[in-house]
Design a binder for this molecule. Structure first.
Ligand SMILES: [Zn+2]
Ligand SMILES: [Zn+2]
Ligand SMILES: [Zn+2]
Ligand SMILES: [Zn+2]
Length: 458
């Protein structure tokens, strides 16, 4: 009797244990399955959306959280997440996205001017006007009401209250605003497209209709440089300029982007390179190749927005040692407008193998420095790893730390394979240094190398 009771109790205990195990497993497995299912759905949705964005005429970008109060341009509801077009500023939630894409046109990169007077009309987009913008009619602040209200012209950035729109004079035409001398107007490209023979003189004549001081700017940004700010900056430039003049160098090479210069008046174009020394060198090489194609007259002037990890060339030319959003993009464009043109020395470096007479020497172009040995190896290693895992190199500080790590490793583990007598020939002054010469301004980093290599002095 007693035995039976104990067995029944043991049975009951093991059943309870199994039940507990079952519910515990269920409590763990079910949330995992739900999370995996949600993430698969999210991935599927994102893939669909990417495909939709690729085909759209708008420059859509998806965000999980807007950084300011935003209203859907279709249903007028307040939205926290959704898509926005960085060209025209239209915003929409996921449900309204397709309707917004169909019914709201984007900024037209090429369009005819008004037939009777050759002027352009404003292109208004309603709602989500920039913070602290003022009405062109009553001079009061716009976008202060918590709803989809007030309008902004996508070209001249003029903002007007809904109520003041009726009072806007009929004669008020779009003059492209403050940056009219940097913007390529849609009517210019329309007329270039209609030209039968495209001669440089024709571009100059057409350019005269865009104003005497017209110096269009092309923006070329490397989205992988330094702080990975390129992407956001490209969006801001597309908002202020014609989207056709803004290029992402991860999608298009500088040589292809610079071909737009050959459709603009010769000698008028400026190029704003957003990136570090490597990106600027890449663009300067592409400009060199324009010379080889016989396009000398279209060569642009180059300005720099220093986004890279190394920005020595930018610093030398007065564009600063690094940009992290300290000044607004509008101020960057003002600086481009005010910039003075200076000529810069560039150097050809010929690399020949000793004793190999049949191999053609390699000719390289050097912009502000040329380096061989450990620091060049360090830069090459850094570049190779950034190409492999770009997401890891998303901050200038991390990049500098990685540089430091490679530098330490390369200096400790490997020796420079450069022959000591090779070094002085890279010095940009063009004369042979003599040991102990007080007039010889030896750069500190070369000084270290040369001091370590006494044979380097002839
Ligand atoms: Zn909506
Ligand atoms: Zn758009
Ligand atoms: Zn306008
Ligand atoms: Zn007003």
């Amino acid at each position: 009797m007693c035995e039976e009771g104990r067995e029944a109790r043991e049975d009951c205990g093991s059943r309870e244990e199994w039940t507990l195990l079952f519910w515990t497993s269920l409590a763990v497995v079910v949330p995992v399955i739900i999370t995996l299912w949600c993430s698969a759905q999210r991935h599927k949705r994102k893939t669909h959306m990417k495909e939709f964005f690729r085909k759209s005429k708008h420059g859509w970008h998806y965000t999980d959280l807007f950084n300011k109060p935003t209203y859907c341009c279709v249903c007028s509801q307040h939205i926290l997440h959704g898509a926005f077009c960085d060209c025209c500023g239209v915003c929409a939630d996921e449900q309204c996205l397709r309707r917004a894409d169909r019914s709201l046109p984007c900024k037209e990169i090429m369009a005819p001017a008004r037939p009777h007077d050759g002027a352009a009309e404003h292109r208004w987009v309603r709602g989500n006007v920039p913070l602290a913008s003022y009405c062109a009619v009553c001079k009061q602040q716009c976008g202060t009401q918590p709803k989809l209200c007030d309008c902004r012209c996508v070209w001249c950035q003029t903002t007007v209250h809904d109520d003041c729109m009726g009072s806007l004079a009929d004669a008020d035409v779009c003059d492209l605003g403050e940056f009219h001398s940097l913007i390529i107007p849609p009517h210019y490209l329309y007329r270039v497209n209609k030209l039968r023979r495209r001669q440089p003189d024709d571009f100059t004549k057409l350019g005269a209709s865009c104003g005497g001081s017209w110096t269009p700017v092309l923006v070329l940004a490397n989205t992988r440089s330094g702080n990975n700010m390129g992407e956001a900056l490209l969006g801001e430039f597309r908002t202020l300029l014609n989207p056709v003049q803004v290029f992402d160098l991860s999608q298009l090479t500088p040589s292809k982007a610079l071909q737009l210069c050959t459709l603009l008046p010769p000698g008028s174009v400026r190029v704003l390179v957003c990136g570090g020394d490597g990106t600027v060198g890449w663009v300067l090489d592409a400009i060199d190749s324009m010379k080889l194609k016989g396009q000398d007259q279209f060569i642009p002037r180059v300005t720099i927005l220093p986004l890279g990890t190394g920005n020595d060339l930018s610093n030398t030319l007065g564009w600063g040692a690094g940009y992290a959003g300290e000044i607004p993009v509008e101020q960057v464009l003002r600086n481009v407008l005010d910039a003075e043109v200076v000529r810069m020395d560039r150097w050809k470096v010929q690399v020949a193998s000793k004793g190999s007479y049949f191999r053609k020497p390699k000719v390289l172009t050097m912009n502000n420095y040329f380096s061989v040995g450990p620091d060049a190896l360090m830069a090459l290693n850094f570049h190779a790893h950034r190409e492999k895992t770009p997401s890891f190199f998303s901050s200038r500080i991390i990049n500098k730390a990685v540089y430091f790590l490679y530098g330490t490793k390369d200096c400790l583990v490997q020796e420079s394979s450069v022959h000591p007598s090779f070094l002085p020939s890279f010095l940009p002054w063009g004369w042979q240094p003599k040991q102990g010469d007080p007039d010889f301004p030896l750069p500190s980093h070369l000084g270290q190398l040369l001091r370590g290599n006494p044979k380097a002095f002839p």
